[in-house]
Write a protein that binds this ligand. Sequence first.
Ligand SMILES: [Zn+2]
Length: 336
Amino acid sequence: MISYEKGIKIEGVPFFLDARTKADFSFVSHAHFDHIAPHRKVLATPETLLFFRHRYKKTTGRALPLRRKQTVEGVKIELFPSGHILGGAQILLEHRGKRIVYTGDFTLSPGWTSPPAEVPKADIVIMESTYGLPRYQFPTREEVADLICRKVEEAFAEKKTPVFLAYPLGKSQEAAKLLGDRGISVLVHSSIFAICKIYERCGVAFKKLDVLSNQSTAKKAVILPPYLWRSRQVAQISPKKSFFLSGWGLDGGSRQSFQADEVLPLSDHADFAQLLAYLEEAQPEKVYTLHGFVEFAEILRQRGFDAQSLEAPTAAPNLDPVSQAVEFLPSLFKQS
Ligand SMILES: [Zn+2]
């Protein structure tokens, strides 16, 4: 009934969920590149549509606000916040007598620019399992906020510019919002600044924010997309200390993998405990997992859930943290 190839397809539902290649019609949970393609027609929140059109100029979009029941091509649907980035949404479909929820990427932690995920009651849950191993336990957002700001102050004390590497959509705005609200001046790359402007149109206000050009970076924090790390623009910032913002920072070897001085565990995903907490609240009769560790489905079965992965199993569980981080790197760098 539910399959995952070019995207998630539910038998009898005339649109994909997060189609990965160009489709006639797809629901888009959020506008990260690993969840979008230049579809002919898109169903998404108004914010996600703005980001989508920023990335793919032409598309026909149907904007659906959160928590408003609609019937789309004969299917009753409702969107709920996912917490992942601004505009991120889960979709609930009432189909053939079942309540089916697709979470998209989600977190139960409140962000600095978006509310946390809600947990609708569901018969079937299709959920991401990016951090679906027990060792992934994130610190609280407050602890991560204090850590980031402490690193900035330490870099300033050493007369170095703190440079944060973060995906241009979502993570960068979270960091810019946090730092500005804590009174720290922030310079961001123009690609990040353009997305900050869309955030502002959606009601998110940034303080002490400017676009990075040739100005002095003394006593300022800089936020850049990871792919620019080896650029001339970055080489001109000296001396500096670099921080990659990623949940993979929990893995011991991630610093070398990300080629930064430090990896700070700011994540916009659920950690292992949150994945379980979500299911305990939703109480589904069936769980489908995707993205990340296929072993998570086995862990759920051991805990009494009827769970299966929508992705092919790996030959053997890979439990080495460094190689896992490296394995995920290519998709992480694209996930902007
Ligand atoms: Zn995402």
